[in-house]
Write a protein that binds this ligand. Sequence first.
Ligand code: D41
Length: 674
Amino acid sequence: MAAVAKLRKRAAQLREAVDHHNHRYHVLDDPEISDAEYDALFRELQALEAEHPALRTADSPTQRVGAAPATGFAQVRHELPMLSLANAFSDEELAEFDKRVRERLQTEDAVAYSAEPKLDGVAVSLRYEKGVLVQAATRGDGTTGENITENVRTIRSVPLRLQGGAPALLEVRGEVYMTRKGFAAINVKARESGDKVFANPRNAAAGSLRQLDSRITAKRPLAMYCYARGVTSSDVSFDTHAQVLSAFREWGLPVSPEIELVTGVAGCNGYYESIGKLRAELPYDIDGVVFKVNSLRAQAELGTVSRAPRWAIARKFPAEEAVTRLLDVGFQVGRTGAVTPVARLSPVTVGGVTVSNATLHNMDEVERKDVRIGDTVVVRRAGDVIPEVVRPLKEKRPKGARKPKMPKVCPVCGSAVVRESEQAAHRCTGGLFCGAQRKQAIWHFASRRAMDIDGLGGKLIEQLVDAGLIEHVDDIYALQLEQLQDLERMGEKSARNLLAALEKSKQTTLGRFVYALGIREVGETTAQTLADHFGDLDGLMQADEETLLDVADVGPVVAEHVQQFFAEPRNREVIAALQRAGVRWPAGTPRTTDRPLKGHTYVLTGTLEGLTRDQAKARLQALGARVSGSVSGKTTGVVAGSNPGSKLDKAEALGVMIMDESELEALLQAHEAS
Ligand code: D41
């Protein structure tokens, strides 16, 4: 085939694919591929058409933005078209944008830009006549959208009537979005009732806006931020975009508080960076920032090309999702023996970082997502979190793709792998016999928030264990200079430094020491709580489960792990050896005064009005009471909220004291005061 014919065929393929996925996404709200994959297709088509303009057709998806309206909503023609935004994917592309702006404006001076977060929601246009909201429409293809007035009227942040000074006619453009929290909440409900679960907050916002029944929309946690004008009557006038936004605020329209004025490329880059840092803390998703030339006169001078203003650009964040091949599934053994499936991936850049491993969490997740070796998978890496496999693209599954299988024995030590009932995790039963668990136990022991042994990191521990120089944590204090300096990559100086760090670490606190032991479910906070409560190690080591349950915030699971840990003779030996080696901490004072509700057990049932169940539980426990899930003859009292369950019946049958919420509150306050 001639080269040109080949390119023509590829362009046609790409157009068809982009159209198809556009329809799935914009009309059906049910995408088949990730945004990253879609972007790749779209950009390939754009590049092909840019290089060979003869291949561009009038109906190419690059020539229009958005998709045809779904049936069911009336069509609305925007009086002024809703423009689209050009993208910059790198610092270079942003610098080129700024250069073009300055060239067209014939200025050497740094340009003032309005810098805004780019909300990942649904673009909407509102029309206010005489200050009253008369129409709301989706963007659609930019010229014609759908009339969603009834739905938008349910969004509480959208004013139905503008405040003083608003013009006779005003079209406002903005983004309707859903917070991540709101999204999570509606998905929980959807799962419970078997309804459709949304893939992300943006799809949830889009799906909510296209409800034909606006009573359903009203129950969805939608919000809006406004960022531009359409037609405006001439009874108001402005010089800058910033003035427009502050007028919006005055009229009662919601405007993002993160919007700032910046100067030149340096200002843009600084804003991009600082919003990038803030991103994880924002309650909603953003996929980049938008820069707009602030002067309206300059905007007019710059004009638009192919429906995108020359005066604005979206600087996108690196995609947090990417598509790659799942080459294999490995199994990793953690400190507590949990055996975790790990995806081995064909390396791919996600959020600016190369990823070749991603967690699959546990076998239930593997099963639920139906991930198979050989699949093409979507990988996500958001902020600092560990990359994870989101889902496979099933339509791309090759024949013979295999389901990953949990090994029957530990890949490190060969001990049996078991699954405790009702737990998602599989575990290696090798305990400290397992090299993986031992190395990580030592690593945890030495870590900064535990014994804080400077210089004893993962690589060195690996070397020491493999060379047979240490087996358990107490062995590290017996290390000798000669042994250390003979190790690879270790000179006399670093060996001496390590010995000094070891010596220094011996003086510690009881809280750190308890945390360093690596007892299951005992994190830093719990370790400190135990240390404070018992004051010394002996008291803690001798505590039975009953006694442990009296400690505030210690529940049955923690109590059982703590008790089991100290009941194990090998653990006691290690502790004794550590103390012999000189590990010590200042003596504390155990709590001698009994807390007022010590020995009392309460059961909570039904819904409380003034406080959550967790709050009630925490306050009871802080006073020394136990909060149990079931009623027995030993129960002190049952607190019954509204719609109590069978626990109330049982309490009545057993003659246990029944209290209402106000009585609970009185009891708590009486003791908390003293
Ligand atoms: O936050 C946004 N998603 C956002 C979108 C924004 N902050 N500003 C925007 N500005 C425009 C222009 C410059 C064309 C008025 C936009 C969009 N447009 C936009 N949203 C969807 C398509 C275009």
